[in-house]
Design a binder for this molecule. Structure first.
Ligand code: GZL
Length: 324
């Protein structure tokens, strides 16, 4: 009898300790099962960046089996380097890096490689002598974006004289390098085009506005503003309006990113052309991690599909469906 009682008592203990209802809060065991991803993000400087961050958060969420550790570097590479070192110390499973600039990653990526943590580069490119320092890259062809914008300028203005104000992104970032190269190539083939002002606005709206206010104050004449992202284009349009000029009428604005605000400005006639830069890397990064988890090898480089927008053919519905 005593033995039977003991047995029942033992089974009761096992049951109470071992089982959990379906809706029990996640235990440390569950927490352990999640894939931990350290994401070093450039910052929060633009609509594009906000959409990119949200895309990553939605894809690498707890419901999908991830724990995302997001670090905002405020556009400073040194903060990203610190973040990568912290991720190594935290023993994350994967690192996703959206690099501020192309140079300066060798040392810290050597440390990450030594720790055996795969690195996925998103958005902009990095320049490293040893490409085994990162597993794969997914992002945009920025030179093609610049060429696309320059080709539109050619269709609008041909070989007529053109004075261009060029608002650059962060100097040394792939987005700035590629978009600037595209314009420079067009300047080579259009001798009557000239850049009358070129400064870095760091992809920030306030700086875009300040630079155009500076140009207007100096009395520099110009026909076109080539803004390397939408937020600088918003600032530029604001500066023109404050000076009594009509963006899209008195001055043509060409921009990059194609965020929803900018596309509405196209509908309103303020921005004339906008080259898309797709920020929705979250699902792509998740697919890459799931490939790696299965021991598969993702492509080393993946360029995302992108288009461009102007007034003709653009509808409210297009903007709504794109959702960012
Ligand atoms: C482009 C991205 C750029 C965007 C800006 O892929 O790196 O950085 O064009 C953002 O809006 O700040």
């Amino acid at each position: 009898m005593k033995r039977a009682m003991l047995l029942i008592l033992l089974m009761l203990c096992v049951c109470l300790c071992g089982c959990r209802g379906p809706d029990a809060p996640s235990s440390p065991a569950d927490e352990k099962k999640r894939i931990v991803v350290g994401f070093s993000q450039v910052g929060a400087e633009s609509d594009w960046r906000a959409a990119n961050t949200l895309s990553m958060q939605r894809a690498l969420c707890a419901e999908n089996g991830y724990r995302l550790i997001l670090d905002d570097a405020q556009q400073k590479q040194e903060k990203q380097i610190t973040a990568l070192r912290n991720f190594v110390n935290q023993g994350v499973d994967y690192i996703v890096l959206a690099p501020t600039t192309e140079q300066g990653w060798e040392t810290v990526l050597q440390e990450v490689k030594a720790a055996g943590i795969p690195v996925i580069i998103v958005d902009r490119m990095i320049e490293v002598s040893d490409t085994s320092l990162f597993t794969c890259w997914i992002g945009s062809d920025f030179r093609r974006e610049g060429d696309t914008a320059a080709a539109w300028l050619d269709r609008q203005f041909g070989s007529r004289p053109l004075s261009i104000v060029h608002l650059q992104g962060n100097i040394g970032s792939s987005a700035q390098i590629g978009r600037t190269e595209g314009l420079n190539a067009a300047l080579e083939s259009h001798p009557a085009w000239q850049v009358v002002f070129r400064e870095a606005g760091d992809f920030i709206q306030a700086k875009g506005q300040e630079l155009v206010e500076e140009v207007l104050k100096k009395g520099i004449a110009f026909d076109v503003i080539y803004a390397e992202n939408d937020n600088m284009a918003y600032g530029a349009a604001e500066a023109l309006k404050k000076a009594g000029l009509a963006p899209g009428k008195d001055v043509t604005i060409v921009s990059f990113d194609a965020s929803s605000t900018a596309l509405h400005m196209i509908l309103e006639g303020e921005i004339s052309y906008d080259v898309e830069c797709n920020p929705l890397h979250g699902p792509r990064v998740r697919a890459i991690i799931e490939q790696l988890e299965k021991g598969e090898t993702p492509p080393k480089y993946t360029f995302v599909e992108e288009t461009a927008f102007e007034r003709s053919g653009l509808k409210e519905e297009t903007i709504r469906v794109r959702g960012y």
